[in-house]
Structure formats: structure tokens, C-alpha cells
Design a protein around this ligand. Structure first.
Ligand SMILES: [Zn+2]
Length: 154
């Protein structure tokens, strides 16, 4: 009977509940695995795909806020490709849209641009970095107010 249960819980988890994570705590790899009901191996794989560790010390520790951001990105990526009008708001600890969908775009270099707006719920600054190839798409998604440093695109 025991075996049957573990078989069921072994099913690959596609969506991780970020509400379980406290944004101001640090977690070890083992703690993350237990908290989210996944394996240490899975968490190690996340380090390679973008989950940010606090530093290079062993054992690794991860800030809750970095974990939340990573999982939200991951959860979201599965739904859409993150090329929609939403941002992760650190204050709300949630994915939000920008107030009136209004954003400024700052071209950082030929490849990267920062899109920033205000969280529609708490009015905090929200931003994310996109590839400049998405500039045209972004102009369709957002009400773009200002594009700074457009000359950097050459
Ligand atoms: Zn907010």
C-alpha cells in the first residue's frame, strides 16, 4: 500500500505553490525540495536554469524571494511565453500588470532592454528585461510612453 502512495506522489509536479515560500527567508537545497514536494536533483537542475543562489558557499542557500521569482517565471513560462504584459511585483510578491499597461522602455545595449512600469495594485516600480528583438511585440502589448537610448540599437 505504501508503494502505491509513493507512486502517486511521484508524479511530476508541473506547478509549484509559491505561497509556501517566505520571501525574506533563506532556504537550503534540501529545504526547497521538501517544501515544494520535489527532489534535490530537481532543485539542482534549477540552479543551472537560472535559480539564483545567495553565494558560492556550500551548502547552497537561496533567498525566498529569488525562489519565488524563479518559480513564478517558470510557472508562467509554461502557460505563455512570458511575453505578455505582466511583471513580478516584489512588494505584492505576485505577478501583476502595469498600471494602465503603461511602460517606459530603456534600451540597455544592442541586445537588452528594460521595460518598467508601476504595479497596478500597489504602485511600486516593476520592471523586467527583454531581448530587444521583442521591441515590436512590446509596442503591441504595452502602451509605451518613452523609449530611451533607442540609438543604441544602431
Ligand atoms: Zn505591487
Amino acid at each position: 500500500m505504501k508503494e502505491e502512495k509513493s507512486k502517486r506522489t511521484k508524479k511530476y509536479k508541473r506547478h509549484f505553490n509559491t505561497n509556501l515560500i517566505k520571501w525574506n527567508l533563506s532556504y537550503s537545497t534540501q529545504e526547497i525540495a521538501e517544501l515544494l514536494g520535489t527532489t534535490v536533483n530537481t532543485v539542482c537542475a534549477w540552479y543551472k536554469t537560472g535559480l539564483q543562489k545567495n553565494d558560492k558557499n556550500i551548502p547552497h542557500l537561496v533567498f525566498g524571494r529569488n525562489l519565488i521569482e524563479f518559480l513564478n517565471y517558470k510557472n508562467k513560462k509554461r502557460k505563455k511565453k512570458c511575453e505578455d504584459g505582466s511583471f513580478f511585483c516584489f512588494k505584492c510578491q505576485k505577478i501583476q500588470t502595469a498600471w494602465e499597461n503603461s511602460v517606459d522602455i530603456e534600451i540597455m545595449d544592442a541586445k537588452r532592454m528594460r521595460i518598467s512600469g508601476l504595479c497596478e495594485r500597489c504602485n511600486s516600480k516593476v520592471n523586467k528585461v527583454f531581448n530587444t528583438k521583442k521591441l515590436n511585440d512590446c509596442q503591441k502589448i504595452f502602451a509605451v510612453q518613452v523609449i530611451r537610448n533607442k540609438h543604441l540599437l544602431g
